[in-house]
Design a protein around this ligand. Structure first.
Ligand code: NAD
Length: 453
């Protein structure tokens, strides 16, 4: 007997009852989710600090306020998003009504990652509820304090007949996935993404995979180096580098590197002081396993800035590596920690060729005072998202889709894109019972039809 089948049976019964369909119900659930974020804010901040040493400011902008913004955007637009969309017709359907009905999908599963454990779990949940589905949420077990706040708190805000939280790691998730879901939304690593996709295939369940990758950051010789460095340092070392859209490596010429280095050093010093370990604004790796993996990457290239570590505290200083080779681990695997390798190439063309040779990443960045250079990187490479002359900012807009391409995943969300992900676009045609004479044209026998042949 599967340990989750009973719970899923009752969720399916709630789905079949139609309880989640009315707009008033969806709005009430979304309002309750908004209240959870407001009323449990200090518990959430505390948990995020315990899990990742996130500062309250970072927790607010990248987790709680970020999610609340999605709730508000959805509440403000749900009426129009849910409306039937009337479509064009042909001669045979001239007098009918052709439209797309925005149907919920059913019982959906959201599996989330550890690094932004509120944002990544709850932003998809906003869209799943808004679209009228029953939901099972499986938060990351790695951010265990946040997992606890979600597990203990959410069920008293959301309807337990239509929403459930399931805790646990790989073993529990494997069991959970034996059950049939109508949609799976997964955020995590590429390897686990493949496992989820295989499990989904058994039930022909459609899914979204939000995965990672190595996000390149091209820096051009014509640049305001200090501004570029400030933005790169902020985007890279936020959450101690555990951000799926962080710049994974900088790619530039040697001349650029020489100009950029002192600016990176200045920004790092200004943001985190002479001893980042004491900075309240610099986070920690989530656990020892992650610490060991990231520390091993320090063996690639040469440490130019930082490099200090403290295993007892899962601390790795904000670090810049130079003279890295393409074959070294830091240029092969997703860094996902506070290490920024600088990879040198001859020029822009070589940088573009390098980026194109690799798997399409989740994000790509280009810095240049010359807009033609930024556009060239945009035009000739591929990535889930792109931002010119800044880092991460493209994903702060609810109007832009967020998601990967190729090995960085598929599907998209944020704002209306989340609602659409959890919605079935049901092709609907309503016809009258009359005007049968028009229909006789398509009925057999066909013997006397002139096809003009
Ligand atoms: P992970 O793949 O290890 O875990 C993600 C989820 O899968 C967790 O809930 C975990 O319990 C579950 N899981 C782990 N192993 C499993 C298995 N064998 N079978 C079934 N379920 C399993 O990812 P993580 O370490 O939590 O997160 C880091 C990764 O996520 C990075 O690669 C990062 O780039 C990526 N990420 C992507 C995005 C995005 O939006 N595209 C956002 C955040 C993180």
């Amino acid at each position: 007997m599967n340990p989750y089948s009973g719970r899923l049976k009752s969720l399916r019964a709630a789905w079949l009852s139609g309880k989640t369909r009315p707009i008033e119900y969806r709005k009430k659930q979304l309002e309750a989710l908004g209240r959870f974020l407001d009323e449990k804010k200090s518990d959430l901040f505390h948990a995020l600090h315990e899990d990742l040493r996130k500062s309250a400011f970072e927790s607010e902008i990248s987790e709680v306020a970020f999610t609340k913004n999605e709730v508000m955007e959805t509440l403000n637009n749900l009426d129009s998003w849910m409306k039937d969309e009337y479509m064009s017709k042909n001669l045979a359907t001239k007098f009918d009504s052709a439209f797309i009905r925005k149907d919920p999908i059913g019982v959906v599963l959201i599996i989330s990652a550890y690094n932004y454990p509120i944002n990544i779990a709850l932003v998809p949940l906003v869209g799943a509820i808004a679209a009228g589905n029953c939901v099972v949420l499986k938060p990351s077990e790695i951010s265990s304090s946040t997992e606890r706040v979600l597990t203990e708190g959410l069920p008293s805000y959301l309807d337990p007949e239509t929403f459930a939280v399931v805790t646990g790691g790989p073993e529990e998730t494997t069991k959970l996935l034996e059950n049939k879901f109508d949609y799976i939304f997964f955020t995590g690593s590429r390897n686990v993404g493949k496992i989820i996709m295989t499990a989904a295939a058994k039930h022909v369940t459609p899914l979204t995979l939000e995965l990672g990758g190595k996000n390149p950051c091209y820096v051009d010789e014509s640049c305001d180096f200090q501004n570029a460095a400030n933005r790169i340092v902020w985007g890279k070392f936020l959450n101690a580098g555990q951000t799926c859209v962080a710049p994974d490596y900088v790619i530039c010429s040697i001349t650029t590197r020489e100009k950029l280095m002192p600016c990176l050093q200045k920004a790092m010093h200004e943001f985190y002081g002479s001893n980042p370990r004491e900075s309240p604004d610099f986070g920690r790796l989530v656990n020892n396993r992650s610490f060991q993996r990231v520390r091993a990457l320090l063996k690639s290239g040469q440490v130019a800035i930082g490099g200090e570590t403290d295993e007892s505290d899962c601390y790795i200083a904000p670090t810049v590596l130079v003279d890295v080779k393409e074959s070294e681990p830091v240029m092969q695997e997703e860094v996902f920690g506070p290490i920024l390798p600088i990879f040198t190439v001859a020029d822009l063309d070589e940088a573009i060729q390098f980026i194109k040779r690799r798997d399409p990443p989740l994000a790509a960045y280009a810095f240049s005072s010359n807009s033609k250079v930024v556009n060239q990187v945009l035009d000739f490479t591929s990535s889930g998202g792109f931002c010119g002359n800044d880092i991460l900012m493209h994903m702060t807009l609810v109007s832009l889709p967020f998601g990967g391409v190729g090995y960085s995943g598929f599907g998209k969300y944020h704002g209306k894109f989340t609602f659409d992900t959890f919605t079935h676009y049901r092709a609907s045609l309503l016809r009258g019972m009359g005007m049968e004479s028009l229909n006789t044209l398509r009925y057999p026998p066909y013997a006397n039809r002139n096809l003009g042949l």
